[in-house]
Design a protein around this ligand. Structure first.
Ligand SMILES: [Fe+2]
Length: 388
């Protein structure tokens, strides 16, 4: 086994209707009153009430706080901490996509660390264990339920910041496939592309290991088999939904240990400044960064091609590696995701500034890319993504 530093959730439960087991695990972790962190849309869809009904049957109290919005900032977490404080909850459940899960993690962690989000920011600066926390993903993409990271917007300094800590790991993850059956097609495509990008970036990452490779390759295989089906068939294809839930989770396990890379780094200005969803932003850059990285990890890219399409095993390593890029482009086309940067309202005169901003703001991501990316390199990739 080669070098590895990673973290795992304590308990992982998967299955249709697995959220019905929440009361058992709340009691198991000594919780008496739950703060359910979610967003307004999931309240509207009845997901929050469903969980409230499940725990109420076992006479467990639950407070719903649905104040999380996309790209949550530190102020959002502080609002959640106030609700937690006022209601004297002693266990946190995050129900939602990556933004919600990241806020739920931070509320649970900050509550036990002096109530200060700022003191927790950065690499492994959290000193005390968090409140017990359960994470329930409702999309199949971000993998936040499997990772040690929580990403927030620092609204004062106008940048993304993150908390990396073993205390961010969930006590219990509930991957309830039923919650994803009705995901709208655009969210299926965007979050699924994010998962595929996580798995590919982790697999070729400088931080990869046997374990992260195993999880990453399994995720890539599943995304290749199920992502387009989940997008096209919606709730009628439960096998595809289950496959994508697994793909997202395995990708999370993979990048939790291996880190990410250039597509996530270069997507940063598009993600934060142009109101393009995170998944779509990273998808735009994925084929171009793969092309840039090809020479640094040819063998790995050939394995990606075979995972996505078994017939590539008949090709030479070089040809299969090149084919991996074409397959990813085909997948994105089938998901109706354009990988041409000019389709996203970006002006050509902004490319240089965006490239510079990406490289200077995402060292935490780019350090794992198999090939170094300078500002000049990033500019070239940006131009390729824009003009091709
Ligand atoms: Fe991502």
């Amino acid at each position: 086994m080669n070098n590895l530093k990673t973290f795992f959730p304590n308990v992982v439960l998967t299955g249709d209707g697995i959220i019905n087991q929440i009361p058992y695990w709340v009691k198991h972790f000594g919780g008496s009153k739950i703060l359910l962190v979610t967003d307004a849309n999931l309240t509207k869809l009845g997901f929050a009430k469903k969980i409230k009904d499940i725990v109420s049957e076992e006479k467990i109290r639950l407070v719903i706080w649905d104040g999380v919005t996309a790209d949550p900032d530190i102020g959002t977490v502080k609002k959640g901490l106030k609700v937690l404080d006022k209601s004297s909850c002693d266990l946190v459940i995050g129900l939602g996509g990556g933004s919600v899960l990241d806020v739920a993690k931070t509320v649970a962690v900050a509550a036990k660390n002096g109530g200060s989000v700022e003191n927790c920011l950065g690499l492994y600066r959290v000193l005390s264990r968090s409140l017990p926390k359960f994470l329930i993903p409702t999309t199949a993409g971000t993998g936040s339920e499997a990772t040690q990271a929580a990403v927030l917007v620092d609204e004062i300094n106008k940048k993304k910041v993150a908390i990396y800590s073993e205390h961010n790991m969930a006590d219990v993850v509930f991957i309830d496939f039923e919650l994803t059956y009705n995901l709208p097609p655009v969210i299926t495509a965007d979050t699924g592309a994010d998962a595929l990008c996580h798995a590919i970036e982790a697999f070729v990452s400088k931080g990869s290991s046997d374990l992260t490779d195993t999880a990453g390759l399994s995720s890539i295989k599943k995304a290749g088999r199920y992502l387009i089906r989940a997008y096209r068939n919606g709730k009628s294809d439960k096998e595809a939904r289950r496959g994508m839930a697994a793909a997202a989770f395995y990708a999370g396990i993979s990048f939790c240990g291996a880190g990410l890379g250039g597509a996530h780094g270069l997507a940063y200005p598009l993600d934060t400044g142009y109101h393009v969803s995170h998944g779509r932003s990273v998808a735009v850059f994925l084929p171009w960064v793969m092309e840039y990285n090809l020479s640094a990890a040819e063998e790995k890219f050939s394995e990606i091609a075979v995972a996505l399409d078994e017939s590539c095993s008949r090709l030479s390593v070089k040809k299969a590696a090149q084919r991996s890029i074409e397959i990813v482009k085909d997948i994105l086309t089938n998901l109706d995701i354009s990988y041409n940067l000019s389709d996203y309202g970006v002006k050509k005169e902004d490319l240089s500034l965006m490239a510079e901003s990406a490289v200077t703001s995402t060292e935490r991501l780019l350090k794992f890319n198999p090939r170094p990316i300078s500002i000049k390199d990033a500019e070239k990739i940006y131009k390729k993504a824009y003009y091709s």
